[in-house]
Design a protein around this ligand. Structure first.
Ligand SMILES: [Zn+2]
Length: 317
C-alpha cells in the first residue's frame, strides 16, 4: 500500500489527512488557520501537520509518496503559485516552493479546493469507475469541478467549474459577481432557504411555520424537506419550483458536457430521493440526448467533507 497526505487549507482550519492509495482516509487532524498570518507561517504549520498525521497513522515519513494541498483560491499549477486567496489574504504566494523547502524531497501537488473535492469524489466516492463526471456542490453558493475523460479540466485561469455563475435568467436576481440571474441565486442552499421563507410569508397556514418553531429565521434546507415529507402543500410547491431551477441548470450542463454522472454535494443533497427522483425525471424529459441509450445519472456525493482531503492527497502531478 502506498500512502499520501492531503491538506485542506481553509480560511478557518487547516486539515490534514493520511490517505491510502485506494482512497481510504486513515487518520485526520485539524488546527486553526489563524488567517492574517504570513503564507510562510501558515505553510510551516501545514508541513508540521502533514508529518503529525503520518505519525498518528504509524506511517514513517519516508513511506509518504506525495503531499497534496487544496487551496481556497486560484492555484496556478504551472508555477506552483497561489495567485489569489481572498479568505487568507494571499496574493502571488509561491506555495509549492515553500512547501518543498519545509518538506525536502517530497513530491508536492496542489489545486483549487473545489477541484480537489471533485477529484476526491471522482477517484474514491460516487464517481469511482466513471470516465466523466461533474461535481455540483449546493451550499452558500454553487461550486463545482469538471472531470472529462479521467482528467480534471481547469481552464486557462485554473478557474473552470464555476457553476454558480452561468445565467439561467438574464433579467433575474442580481448576483454579487455583477451579472443577473446566475444559477447560484436560484439553486444554492441559500436560495432554497430564501424561496422557502418567501412562500411562508404568503402562506401563514403552512406547516412550515410549525417546523421552524414559528421563527422564520430558523428555517434551514431541512425544514423544507421535513415539510415535503409531511405533505405540506406550500413545501411541495417550493420544492417543485426549486427542482425546476436546479434541473434547468443541470440540463444545460449535461447538454454541454454529456458527463456519465453529475455528483450533487452539500447539505441539501442529504434529502436523497426527494431531490434526485424529480431531478432525474426532468433531465430525462429535457436533455437534448434524451432518446440516447446512455443517460447521465444524478448521484449524491458520498465523501462529504472528506472529499477535499482525499482528493488533495491523490491529486495527479
Ligand atoms: Zn454571478
Amino acid at each position: 500500500m502506498r500512502y499520501y497526505v492531503g491538506i485542506d487549507l481553509g480560511g478557518t482550519n487547516i486539515a490534514a489527512g493520511l490517505v491510502g492509495e485506494d482512497g481510504t482516509l486513515l487518520k485526520q487532524l485539524s488546527i486553526p488557520t489563524n488567517s492574517g498570518r504570513s503564507a510562510r507561517e501558515i505553510v510551516k504549520d501545514m508541513a508540521d501537520l502533514a508529518k503529525e498525521v503520518a505519525d498518528l497513522g504509524g506511517i514513517s515519513w519516508d513511506q509518504i509518496k506525495a503531499v497534496g494541498v487544496g487551496v481556497p483560491g486560484t492555484a496556478n499549477r504551472d508555477t506552483g503559485i497561489v495567485e489569489y486567496a481572498n479568505n487568507l489574504g494571499f496574493y502571488d504566494e509561491p506555495m509549492v516552493a515553500m512547501l518543498e523547502e519545509e518538506l525536502p524531497g517530497k513530491a508536492i501537488r496542489f489545486d483549487n479546493d473545489a477541484n480537489a473535492a471533485a477529484w476526491g469524489e471522482y477517484v474514491a466516492g460516487s464517481g469511482k469507475g466513471s470516465r466523466s463526471m461533474l461535481a455540483v456542490t449546493l451550499g452558500t453558493g454553487v461550486g463545482g469541478g469538471i472531470i472529462l475523460d479521467g482528467k480534471l479540466f481547469r481552464g486557462v485561469n485554473y478557474a473552470a467549474g464555476e457553476f454558480g455563475h452561468f445565467v439561467i435568467d438574464r433579467n433575474g436576481i442580481e448576483c454579487n459577481c455583477g451579472r443577473r440571474g446566475c444559477f447560484e441565486n436560484y439553486a444554492s442552499a441559500t436560495a432554497l432557504v430564501a424561496q422557502t421563507r418567501q412562500a411562508m410569508e404568503k402562506n401563514p397556514q403552512s406547516l412550515l411555520w410549525e417546523l421552524c418553531g414559528k421563527n422564520i429565521n430558523q428555517v434551514e434546507g431541512r425544514t423544507l424537506f421535513d415539510g415535503v415529507r409531511q405533505g405540506d402543500d406550500t413545501a411541495n410547491q417550493v420544492l417543485h419550483q426549486f427542482i425546476e431551477y436546479l434541473g434547468t441548470g443541470l440540463v444545460d450542463l449535461i447538454n454541454i458536457f454529456q458527463p456519465e454522472l453529475i455528483c450533487i454535494g452539500g447539505g441539501i443533497s442529504k434529502a436523497g430521493e426527494l431531490l434526485l427522483k424529480p431531478l432525474q425525471a426532468m433531465i430525462d424529459r429535457e436533455d437534448y440526448a434524451a432518446t440516447s441509450r446512455n443517460r447521465t445519472k444524478i448521484v449524491v456525493a458520498k465523501l462529504n467533507n472528506d472529499a477535499g482531503l482525499i482528493g488533495a492527497a491523490l491529486l495527479e502531478s
